[in-house]
Design a protein around this ligand. Structure first.
Ligand SMILES: C[S@@+](CC[C@H](N)C(=O)[O-])C[C@H]1O[C@@H](n2cnc3c(N)ncnc32)[C@H](O)[C@@H]1O
Length: 219
């Protein structure tokens, strides 16, 4: 069956190269600083994870009083062995009623090429959260050792988020690999020749969390 949202999906390698995605998920933010940030800033209630990947983050944030629904459009990414209630959908067309969620977050999944898709996604996010709910978008901040291996600019652009009423906080974390071979494997895949030069197991990595509490009467 073809995916009705195909044209809205940002292509991601994780479903076709699960062995590399396993390294990425295990080694990026190994100390859990991003999870800690989300843990502290998300309320109890019903939460949506937009572009949830294999459910790594959602699984960690569920606790008594807080239920997280991971929404992921790529069937190959969904890990049905995890005890999660999955939703299949894209940020630009979220398959839930208005005012359903107490908060929404998205980790490394809201980096659409065009501002049109960001705005479509944001207006959907704002539709499905309740008034007064927190929205958190996590991305690469840049200006760090990890991004210095990339031949292209892979940093998030702060200005469009600030223009849309978000505040931001930089979370200092690290990629910590088991060994240099593993680091080379992932960074060569990401960045080609430049990535293959990595010769260490720990890389400084800065992450940005954009956040705002939605006031629906301001929209
Ligand atoms: C870099 S991965 C991040 C996965 C997960 N959030 C994590 O932190 O491990 C980006 C994810 O966004 C999903 N994605 C792609 N297009 C999307 C869209 N239009 N709306 C929501 N998610 C999307 C991809 O399938 C992929 O699983």
């Amino acid at each position: 069956m073809t995916n009705p949202f195909e044209s809205k999906i940002i292509p991601f390698y994780g479903g076709i190269k699960p062995e590399l995605f396993e390294i990425e998920r295990r080694c990026m933010d190994r100390k859990g600083n991003v999870i800690q940030y989300l843990e502290e800033h998300l309320p109890d209630g019903l939460i949506l994870d937009v572009g949830a990947g294999n459910g790594f983050t959602a699984e960690k944030l569920i606790r008594e009083g807080r239920f997280v629904i991971p929404m992921e459009p790529d069937e190959k990414m969904i890990d049905r062995s995890k005890k999660l209630v999955w939703s299949n959908g894209v940020a630009q067309s979220i398959p839930f009623h208005d005012n359903t969620f107490d908060a929404i977050y998205s980790t490394w999944a809201f980096f659409f090429d065009g501002i049109k898709d960001i705005d479509e996604g944001l207006s959907e996010v704002e539709r499905v959260v309740k008034d007064g709910s927190r929205i958190i978008i996590v991305d690469n901040y840049g200006d760090d050792e990890f991004c210095s291996y990339s031949p292209n600019d892979i940093t998030s652009s702060v200005a469009p988020w600030v223009q849309r009423g978000f505040e931001y906080e930089v979370i200092d974390t690290e990629f910590i690999f088991d060994d240099v071979l593993e680091a080379k494997k992932l960074l060569t895949f990401y960045f080609g020749e430049q990535g293959s030069r990595v010769n260490k197991t720990t890389l400084e990595y800065k992450v940005v969390a954009y956040t705002k509490v939605l006031n629906k009467s301001d929209r």
